[in-house]
Design a protein around this ligand. Structure first.
Ligand SMILES: C[S@@+](CC[C@H](N)C(=O)[O-])C[C@H]1O[C@@H](n2cnc3c(N)ncnc32)[C@H](O)[C@@H]1O
Length: 194
């Protein structure tokens, strides 16, 4: 398969239990395709019907146990204690802060105890906004402590920040030309019930 998962998803692959994975704004579904090869199932949502058609074709071609639906992730409600991981890679910047806060509460509820939320997002601290073009659709740029605060009821497992050129971004997706972006990678774990 020629699809490569995000670096952060590859890094935590072994820590994700077998079970159902949720991918929010899955795009071409490279992360779910990668994770499903190790015996997990998955569901991905994207508001762009073209992404869903493309992702369904990939799942069918490689016979992967993953399904996709067209949906705006701001309007979704999830079952409680259902997912072993929730992936939100390069999607949260498209939401307003109040929408991110609301979604985060739903994510925590939807994870099984011990489940992981895996996030990659762009932040503002490195001045990347001024170096970038074509990001008019971004509604929120993260600051360093934002995600820790948003997921404060979970246990932080990983936080990394790097400035990278678009051609070295993990997914190698270069939709907006050559740009520098401050990128946060963040993983937290839902507390197990004692
Ligand atoms: C930059 S792409 C990232 C795709 C994928 N997660 C990845 O890492 O390659 C952002 C995706 O989020 C989708 N998206 C943006 N806002 C959305 C929303 N409110 N609900 C669902 N999908 C959304 C876009 O259609 C696009 O496919």
């Amino acid at each position: 398969m020629d699809l490569q998962a995000s670096q952060i998803v590859q890094l935590f692959d072994k820590r994700i239990a077998k079970g159902l994975v949720l991918d929010l704004g899955m795009g071409n579904a490279h992360d779910l395709a990668f994770l499903s090869k190790a015996g997990r199932e998955g569901i991905g949502y994207d508001k762009d019907p073209k992404c869903v058609i493309n992702a369904k074709a990939i799942a069918q071609r490689y016979n992967l146990p993953i399904t996709f639906e067209v949906s705006d992730i701001r309007n979704l409600n999830f079952p409680t204690n259902k997912f072993v991981a929730v992936i939100a890679v390069n999607i949260l910047n498209y939401l307003k802060k109040v929408e991110i806060d609301r979604l985060a509460k739903k994510i925590v509820q939807a994870l099984v105890p011990g489940g992981l939320v895996i996030i990659q997002a762009f932040n503002l601290d490195d001045n990347s906004a001024t170096k970038s073009n074509g990001f008019d659709s971004f509604k929120y740029w993260f600051k360093s402590e934002d995600l820790q605060k948003v997921f404060s009821q979970m246990d932080l497992l990983y936080y990394a920040y790097q400035v990278c050129r678009s051609d070295c971004l993990p997914s190698k997706i270069n939709m907006h030309g050559d740009q520098y972006r401050g990128t946060i990678s963040f993983v937290s774990q839902k507390r197990r019930v004692l």
